[in-house]
Ligand binder design. Structure first.
Ligand SMILES: [Zn+2]
Length: 252
C-alpha cells in the first residue's frame, strides 16, 4: 500500500508543477507573471528577478578578472576575459542542478537570455570584441550518452542566437573521461584534465576571438585547459562566459 501512495504523490507533484508553469507562475515565489521584464522570460516575476544575486558588472567593467579576489583565485590562467552572471548562490544553486540532472530545459532559455543581456550593457563596450566563434565545453561521449544532453550546449545555442555569433558544438571534444570532479582540489582537477580535450577539426580561418561557454566555473581548470588548446591554434583571445562562478572567494 505504501509504495502506491508514494508513487501517486510524486505523480501529483509533477503534474502540479507542470500546471503552475502552464499557468504562468513564478518559478521562485509562485506569483503570476503578468509583469515579466524580458519578453523571452516566462519563469520569474519582476520581484524575484530584482532579487537575483547578480554580479555588479559596472564595478568590474564587464570583466570579472578585474575583481581582485577573483583574479587572485585564478592564477596562471590562459583565458583573457571572464563574464559570469552570479556567484553560485540561490536560486542558481537550484536551477543549475535542475537543468543538469533533471532536464529542466526551459531554464536554459532563461539563463542564456540573462547572460546575453550582459553583453549589451554599457560596461561591456570595452570588451565587446567581434567574437569570431562560440564554443561550449564538451562532455565525454559516455557521459553525454548517460545524461542525454550537454548543459553547456543547451546554454550556448540560444546565447549564440541572441548575440549573433557563429557557434560550433563539434569543434571541441572531450577525449578523457573522469569521474565527477566535485570535491577535488584545483591541483587534482588540473592533473585530471591534462590531454582531456582536443580540437577535432580546424577552426575557420582567422578565428581570433572565441567565446567559450560553460554552466559553472569552479576552479577554472576546464576552461583553462581548453583555452590553452585554442591559443595553440592561433586564437588570440578567449572570453569565458558562465552562468555562475563557484570560486570559494566569491560565494559571499
Ligand atoms: Zn517571483
Amino acid at each position: 500500500m505504501t509504495w502506491q501512495t508514494v508513487d501517486w504523490q510524486k505523480k501529483i507533484q509533477t503534474l502540479y508543477n507542470k500546471l503552475l508553469l502552464s499557468l504562468g507562475q513564478c518559478d521562485l515565489c509562485g506569483n503570476n507573471l503578468n509583469n515579466c521584464i524580458l519578453p523571452q522570460q516566462t519563469l520569474v516575476c519582476s520581484s524575484c528577478f530584482a532579487d537575483l544575486p547578480l554580479f555588479k558588472q559596472a564595478i568590474v567593467q564587464g570583466d570579472l578578472l578585474n575583481w581582485p579576489s577573483i583574479n587572485k583565485a585564478l592564477p596562471n590562467i590562459n583565458f583573457d576575459h571572464l563574464v559570469s552572471l552570479s556567484p553560485y548562490l540561490p536560486p542558481f544553486t537550484q536551477w543549475l542542478p535542475q537543468l543538469k540532472y533533471q532536464g529542466r530545459f526551459e531554464l536554459a532559455s532563461l539563463l542564456s537570455t540573462l547572460l546575453a543581456q550582459l553583453f549589451t550593457q554599457e560596461s561591456f563596450e570595452k570588451y565587446a570584441l567581434p567574437f569570431d566563434l562560440m564554443l561550449s565545453v564538451p562532455l565525454h561521449p559516455r557521459k553525454w550518452q548517460i545524461r542525454g544532453f550537454n548543459q553547456a550546449h543547451l546554454l550556448a545555442k540560444p546565447l549564440a542566437h541572441h548575440l549573433q555569433i557563429p557557434y560550433d558544438r563539434t569543434a571541441l571534444a572531450r577525449v578523457k573521461n573522469n569521474n565527477s570532479q566535485v570535491g577535488q582540489s584545483g591541483k587534482q582537477r588540473r592533473n585530471n584534465l591534462v590531454d582531456a580535450f582536443m580540437l577535432v577539426k580546424a577552426l575557420p580561418r582567422n578565428t581570433k576571438h572565441v567565446l567559450l561557454v560553460d554552466d559553472v566555473l569552479t576552479t577554472g581548470s576546464t576552461t583553462n585547459e581548453i583555452s590553452k588548446i585554442l591559443k595553440r591554434a592561433d586564437v588570440r583571445t578567449v572570453t569565458v562566459a558562465t552562468i555562475c562562478l563557484s570560486l570559494p572567494e566569491t560565494k559571499n
